[in-house]
Design a protein around this ligand. Structure first.
Ligand code: PHE
Length: 344
């Protein structure tokens, strides 16, 4: 028995020393000291010994058992330290390496353009008005002198939701809503930025969704000269002091007279080039004197009050100012496009 114990101990020592991981060590522990291990087996075999030999033998087995347990514990300390060290060296980081750059977003070019336009008009005493994108036919058309069936409705092909509701085709209904709020009392001086929708096929210069900024001034003695001066200022502040404007007669149901406003070509300064189709002028917005019917429908006395209004496409302004050649760039949101217009 004693010999058997000695061999067992020698084997155990060899196996414990050979372990390289905590898992291996645990396997050895279970193999020797576990319930099904040889030590337990020997203990159980003691019942076959004469009673007087049992205590002495039991003591010897316990010594061996404790020695093995002790060795396992010591080995455990060594292996634990080893695993911690390995982990530390594997997970070491070089804190002197440069950091990964954080990608910082920026304002979208359209947002920037709208904000610049807003800033300019706010500095001229205008307020910014907003309204719903899903609009009633009443506000979008009828109150703007475009009764149902009016042929000029075809100028703005619309997305109808039902017979009386549509996605607004311009931000003019915000002007209507503002006039109604004023209850026939001037002055009114607002710009209305926002998304508008038209049933256009998308291409380099058309988008079924785009942005507008419209302006409206209603007061006593507002004249066409005020409109012209305002637009001239806008153009010079936006495209440079040397730019000029030209007004051409046009038609809008909600203004009379109506004009189309051209900007002296920013690419050839009026000499004639591909962009201005050799004319020296580029059309940038529509405007006019508010039609008396529109004022009256909104509760304003058209004998006392006059007003001017204008409306521009923000994409068009941004395309001209920043040399963007495809309107779809504003909506596909390719970061390579957007990154070019980061504000510092
Ligand atoms: N509402 C017009 C449009 O979207 C633009 C415009 C506004 C024209 C104000 C004249 C006066 O086409």
């Amino acid at each position: 028995m004693k010999e058997k114990l000695e061999t067992l101990k020698t084997e155990a020592v060899a196996q414990i020393t050979a372990t390289e991981t905590l898992k291996e060590l645990n396997d050895v522990r279970v193999a020797y000291l576990g319930k099904k291990g040889p030590i337990t087996e020997i203990m159980q075999g003691m019942k076959n010994l004469p009673a007087e030999e049992r205590p002495q033998f039991g003591a010897i087995v316990n010594v061996v058992k404790n020695e093995i347990a002790q060795l396992i514990e010591e080995r455990q300390v060594v292996l634990e330290e080893k695993e911690v060290n390995e982990k530390l060296s594997k997970e070491q980081i070089d804190i002197t390496l440069p950091g990964a750059p954080i990608k910082i977003g920026s304002r979208h070019l359209l947002t920037k353009t709208v904000e610049d336009i807003e800033d300019l008009f706010i500095s001229l005493g205008y307020s910014v008005a907003e309204g719903p994108e899903v609009e009633s036919d009443h506000h979008n058309f009828e109150m703007l002198n475009l009764p149902k069936g009016h042929p000029a409705r075809d100028m703005q092909d619309s997305f109808y939701i039902n017979e009386d509701t549509l996605l607004r085709t311009h931000t003019s209904p915000v002007q209507v809503r503002t006039l109604l709020k004023h209850g026939g009392q001037g002055p009114v001086k607002i710009i209305c930025p926002g998304k508008v929708f038209r049933r256009d096929d998308d291409d380099a210069t058309h988008s079924h969704q785009f942005m507008q900024v419209e302006g409206l001034v209603v007061d006593e003695n507002v004249s066409m000269a005020d409109l012209k001066g305002t637009l001239e200022l806008f153009v010079k502040k936006t495209f440079g002091e040397s730019r000029e404007i030209r007004l051409r007669p046009s038609f809008f149901p909600f203004t009379e007279p109506s004009v189309e406003v051209d900007l002296s070509c920013i690419f050839c300064s009026g000499k004639g080039c591909g962009t201005c189709k050799q004319t020296g002028w580029i059309e940038i917005l529509g405007a006019g004197m508010v039609h008396p019917n529109v004022l009256e429908m909104a509760g304003f006395d058209s004998k006392k009050y006059t007003g001017f209004a204008f409306g521009m496409g923000v994409e068009r302004i941004a395309m001209l100012k920043y040399g963007v050649t495809d309107i779809r760039g504003f909506y596909t949101n390719d970061v390579r496009f957007l990154n070019q217009f980061k504000r510092n």
